[in-house]
Design a protein around this ligand. Structure first.
Ligand SMILES: Cc1cc2nc3c(=O)[nH]c(=O)nc-3n(C[C@H](O)[C@H](O)[C@H](O)COP(=O)(O)OP(=O)(O)OC[C@H]3O[C@@H](n4cnc5c(N)ncnc54)[C@H](O)[C@@H]3O)c2cc1C
Length: 379
C-alpha cells in the first residue's frame, strides 16, 4: 500500500479539487462494470473475485524474517573467512532481493573472483548466487531446503518493499541502504517482466474509510509506482469511501525461484543440500568467501537475537484470469487479495514472534468472510 499525500494534493489541484470529485460522485451509477470506473492500466471492467469457504484449496503458513532495525548487509571476518550477511528482509524480501544482493556482492569489490559459498536457496540466496556468477565467481549453494520449500516460495509476491522494519527504530544509514536496495531491485525486476520469470504489471487498490495519510518510506519510493491516484466516493466500486490506486509488479515466487535455479545451473553453479547446526560447520567449508542468506535461520546460526518471525497465513482459491487487480484493506487489519496464475490468494496476517507452523482455521474463515463482505456488491 502506498500513500503519498503531497502528490494527492497536487493531483486534486490539477483536477479542480473537490468540485469535480463531487460532480463525478453524483453522476457515477452504482455498477462496477462499464466505463463509469475507468481503469488507466488494465482498461477492462472489474470482475469480482469468487470467494467462498467451499472453494478454499488450502491454507499455508510462512515466517517472514523480521528485524525492527531492518535487514542486514555487512561483512564479517572469522577464522580467515570473509562472511557477507544478507538476511532479515521481513515482508519485503522478494521485492528487495536483487538490490540487497547487489549490496552484498558489492562487499567483495576489489577481491579477485574465486570460489564462494552461498548459504540458502530462497530469493536472497539465488539472487546473490546469480550476481556472484555474473561477477566471475564459482558458486556453490548450500541449503537445508530446496527453493520450493523456502519462505520465499510462500510469499504472496507484490513488488512492495514495505513491512520490512519498524520506522521508530531505524537509522538514517539504514534508510539510505533501504532506498538504494529498493531502487536497484525495482530496476532489475522491470528487466524481467513477462511469463518466463513470472513478473507482471498490475493495478493495486487500497481501501480506507479515512483519507490516506502520508507515509515516510512510501513517499521516498513514490516515483516507482506508475498511475497512482486517490479516488473518492463514487469514483470506484470498492465498499469504502476512499481508494488509493497504483500499478506495481506482481512477482510469482514459484516461477521466479524455479527460473533462477535453472539460470544458476546453466551458469555452472553447484547445489548441495546441507543443514548447518552451528557456526563451526560453516567455518569448516572449503570456500574462503561465504554469503549468509539463511533468512530466519540466521537467528540461531549466527546468534542474531533481533531476528524474529512474523507469521503469515495465506488462503488459496482456484485461479481466475478474469480478476486482474490486487486489493488491500477494507476489513479488520490489512488483508489482501491477489490473483496469480496458480491461485487467487487471500492474506495479510503478521504475527510477530509466532513460530507455530499450523494454518489457523479461524484465520482462514475470517479472511474468507471479510472478503465475501468486501466483494458482495462488486461485479
Ligand atoms: C505470507 C507471506 C507473504 C509475503 N509476501 C511478500 C510480498 O508480497 N512481497 C515481498 O517482497 N515479500 C513478501 N514476503 C516476504 C518474503 O517471503 C521474505 O522476505 C523472503 O522470502 C526472505 O527470503 P530469504 O531468501 O532471506 O529467506 P528464505 O526464503 O527463508 O530462505 C532461507 C534459506 O536458508 C536456508 N537455511 C536456513 N537456515 C539454514 C541452516 N541452518 N543450514 C542450511 N540452510 C539454511 C533455508 O533452507 C532456505 O533455503 C512474504 C512472506 C510471507 C511469509
Amino acid at each position: 500500500m502506498l500513500a503519498v499525500d503531497g502528490r494527492r494534493r497536487e493531483l486534486l489541484r490539477t483536477l479542480g479539487a473537490g468540485a469535480l470529485v463531487a460532480t463525478v460522485s453524483a453522476c457515477a451509477p452504482m455498477t462496477t462494470r462499464g466505463p463509469a470506473y475507468s481503469r488507466p492500466y488494465s482498461r477492462q471492467p472489474f470482475a469480482a473475485p469468487r470467494i467462498s469457504m467451499n472453494h478454499v484449496i488450502r491454507s499455508v503458513v510462512g515466517h517472514r524474517p523480521y528485524r525492527p532495525s531492518g535487514f542486514v548487509v555487512k561483512s564479517e571476518h572469522l577464522d580467515g573467512k570473509h562472511i557477507v550477511h544478507n538476511y532479515g528482509h521481513g515482508g519485503g524480501g522478494i521485492s528487495l532481493s536483487w538490490g540487497s544482493s547487489a549490496l552484498a556482492v558489492r562487499e567483495l569489490a576489489g577481491k579477485p573472483p574465486g570460489q564462494a559459498a552461498v548459504l540458502g536457496s530462497g530469493v536472497m540466496g539465488l539472487t546473490s548466487a546469480r550476481l556472484l556468477q555474473d561477477a566471475g565467481w564459482q558458486v556453490t549453494i548450500y541449503t537445508r531446503d530446496i527453493a520450493r520449500h523456502t519462505t520465499s516460495n510462500v510469499a504472496a509476491g507484490e513488488w512492495s518493499p514495505f513491512s520490512v522494519f519498524d520506522r521508530s527504530v531505524v537509522s538514517p544509514a539504514f534508510m539510505s541502504q533501504f532506498e538504494w536496495a529498493s531502487r536497484v531491485a525495482h530496476h532489475a525486476y522491470t528487466n524481467l517482466t513477462g511469463p518466463d520469470y513470472g513478473v507482471t504489471w498490475m493495478e493495486v487498490y487500497s481501501m480506507s474509510d479515512e483519507p490516506f495519510a502520508p507515509d515516510q518510506e512510501e513517499e521516498l519510493l513514490a516515483d516507482l509506482f506508475p498511475y497512482y491516484s486517490y479516488l473518492g466516493p463514487g469514483e470506484h466500486p470498492f465498499p469504502t469511501r476512499y481508494v488509493q490506486r497504483l500499478v506495481t509488479m506482481r512477482v510469482e515466487p514459484a516461477i521466479l525461484l524455479r527460473r533462477l535455479t535453472q539460470d544458476f545451473h546453466i551458469a555452472g553453479g553447484k547445489y548441495v543440500i546441507r543443514s548447518f547446526g552451528k557456526l563451526d560447520e560453516v567455518l569448516a567449508l572449503a570456500e574462503p568467501v561465504v554469503l549468509n542468506c539463511t533468512g530466519l535461520g540466521a537467528a540461531e546460526l549466527f546468534g542474531d537475537e533481533e531476528l524474529t518471525p512474523a507469521k503469515g497465513q495465506l488462503v488459496f482459491l482456484p485461479p481466475d484470469p478474469a480478476v486482474d487487480f490486487m486489493s488491500f484493506g477494507g476489513g479488520k487489519g490489512m488483508l489482501y487479495m491477489f490473483p496469480r496464475t496458480d491461485v487467487v490468494l487471500l492474506g495479510g496476517t503478521f504475527k510477530l514472534g509466532d513460530y507455530t507452523r499450523n494454518p489457523e482455521p479461524e484465520e482462514t474463515e475470517r479472511m474468507v468472510t471479510e472478503f465475501q463482505r468486501i466483494y458482495s456488491n462488486f461485479g
